[in-house]
Write a protein that binds this ligand. Structure first.
Ligand SMILES: *Cc1c(COP(=O)(O)O)cnc(C)c1O
Length: 378
C-alpha cells in the first residue's frame, strides 16, 4: 500500500461550504462572506491588527515588499535555505538578496550573523520559520530596531505556530502565510498578508484591489471608487475561502492530528538518533511548533539518496528540498552569500522529509518508522 508524501488536508465540510458560496451566497469573486469570516477568525485567533487574505504566500510577500518600500539596489537579508518565493518577492522590486547561513539544529537563519551582513543598502530582514519552528525573534527585532530595518516574516509554514506565545507572522512589521495544499491549513492556493501597524491598511487594500480604493467604497466611506495608485489583483475567490473556512473551523483537530504524527515519529526514531545514525529536529524552548514537517538528517547526501530510494521501493514517498538559493542560477544573479556557507549546503544535503499530512494514519506512520529502521539495520 502506497504512502504518499503529501495529501491536501480535507475535513469533510469543505464541499458543503463551496456549494454555499455558489448556490446560496451567489458570490464567488473576492472578499465575499467566506473571505470575511476567514480573515476575522485569524485576526482574532492569531491576534493580528491587520490581515488580508491573498492568492498565495508569494503574493503576500510581494505585497509586503511593496509596502515596505523596497527599491532597486536595496539589500534584503534572508536565509539561502528557503523556498524561491522568499527571494522572488524582493527581486521583483529590484532588490539584492543577501543570504545568511542557517543554524544546523533548526535550519533557521543564524541571527548572530545578521548584524555583520548589514550594509548601508540594507532595508529589511526576512526570517523564514522553517518547519513552523520560530526563528529567534527577540534578537532579530532588536537588530532591526537598531538599524532601522523592516522585518518581514515568511511564516508560510508557521500558521498556528508561536514564539513565546505570539503567533508567527504577527511579530515583525509584516508576515505572510501560505494556504497551499502542502501546508497545514489549505485553500488549494492562497495565503494571507499580516501587519501590525493599522496605517498600512489603506495602502494594502489599494495594492490588493488593482490600485483602486474599492474597499473604502464598499465600507461606505466614499461614494465612488477610482484608480488611486499602483495595484495588482491579490484577492482569492470566495470558493477557495470557503474551503479554508472549513479548515479553520477544524483548526484544533488538524493541529492535534499532525502533532500526534510528529510525536510518534519523534518518539519512535529516537533510538536511531541515540545510536548516532540519524539526527532529529530540534525545537527551542521559545517555540511552539505546528507539526508542519517531520524531517530527519542522514549521514550525508549519499546515504540520504539511498534512504529515499529504499523507502520508494516500499512505496513510501519521502522527499528532500531546497537547493540552496545562492547555488541556483537566479540566486547567483540576484543575490550573494554573506560569509561562509558552513551549514546551508551541507545540512540541506542530509535532510529527508517524511510523509506528514492530516489524513495519514498512525499505521502509515508506523510503516514509515519500520522501513527507516530496516534501512539502518543493513
Ligand atoms: C510554501 C512556501 C512559500 C510559498 O507559498 P505559496 O502560497 O505557494 O505562494 C513561501 N515560503 C515558504 C518558506 C514556503 O514553505
Amino acid at each position: 500500500m502506497r504512502i504518499d508524501f503529501n495529501r491536501p488536508p480535507f475535513v469533510g465540510t469543505e464541499t458543503e461550504y463551496i456549494r454555499e458560496a455558489v448556490e446560496v451566497n451567489h458570490m464567488i469573486c473576492g472578499d465575499g462572506p467566506f473571505t470575511k469570516k476567514c480573515s476575522a477568525w485569524m485576526k482574532e485567533h492569531f491576534d493580528s491588527k491587520g490581515l488580508l487574505l491573498t492568492t498565495s504566500c508569494t503574493h503576500a510577500l510581494e505585497m509586503a515588499a511593496y509596502l515596505a518600500d523596497i527599491q532597486p539596489g536595496d539589500e534584503v537579508i534572508m536565509p539561502s535555505y528557503t523556498f524561491v518565493s522568499t527571494a522572488d518577492a524582493f527581486v521583483l522590486r529590484g532588490a539584492t538578496c543577501v543570504f545568511v547561513d542557517v543554524h544546523p539544529e533548526t535550519m533557521n537563519i543564524d541571527e548572530t550573523q545578521i548584524e555583520a551582513a548589514i550594509t548601508d543598502k540594507t532595508k529589511a530582514i526576512v526570517p523564514v520559520h522553517y518547519a513552523g519552528v520560530s526563528c529567534a525573534m527577540d534578537e532579530i527585532l532588536d537588530i532591526a530596531k537598531r538599524h532601522n530595518l523592516k522585518v518581514i516574516e515568511d511564516a508560510a509554514q508557521g500558521v498556528n505556530a508561536f514564539y513565546k506565545g505570539k503567533a508567527l507572522g504577527t511579530i515583525g512589521d509584516f508576515g505572510a502565510y501560505s494556504f497551499h495544499e502542502t501546508k497545514n491549513y489549505s485553500m488549494g492556493e492562497g495565503g494571507a498578508l499580516l501587519f501590525q501597524d493599522e496605517a498600512y491598511l489603506e495602502d494594502a487594500e489599494i495594492l490588493r484591489e488593482k490600485g483602486t480604493n474599492r474597499s473604502k467604497f464598499f465600507r461606505g466611506q466614499i461614494d465612488k471608487y477610482t484608480w488611486v495608485g499602483y495595484g495588482s489583483s491579490y484577492l482569492p475567490s470566495d470558493m477557495n475561502a470557503a474551503y479554508l473556512w472549513a479548515q479553520l473551523e477544524a483548526c484544533d483537530k488538524i493541529n492535534e492530528k499532525r502533532r500526534a504524527i510528529w510525536d510518534f515519529y519523534n518518539d519512535n526514531l529516537k533510538e536511531l538518533a541515540d545510536q548516532g545514525l540519524i539526527q532529529q529536529p530540534f525545537v527551542p524552548d521559545y517555540a511552539t511548533h505546528n507539526a508542519h514537517m517531520y524531517y530527519i538528517k542522514a549521514k550525508d547526501l549519499e546515504e540520504r539518496t539511498a534512504l529515499i530510494k529504499f523507502l520508494r521501493e516500499r512505496e513510501i514517498y519521502a522527499a528532500f528540498h531546497y537547493v540552496p538559493l545562492h547555488t541556483a542560477t537566479a540566486g547567483q544573479k540576484f543575490g550573494r552569500f554573506f560569509g561562509e556557507d558552513k551549514y546551508t549546503t551541507s545540512e540541506s544535503d542530509r535532510l529527508v522529509r517524511l510523509p506528514m499530512y492530516y489524513s495519514l494514519t498512525m499505521d502509515d506512520a508506523a510503516t514509515v518508522v519500520e522501513a527507516i529502521k530496516d534501512f539502518y539495520k543493513k
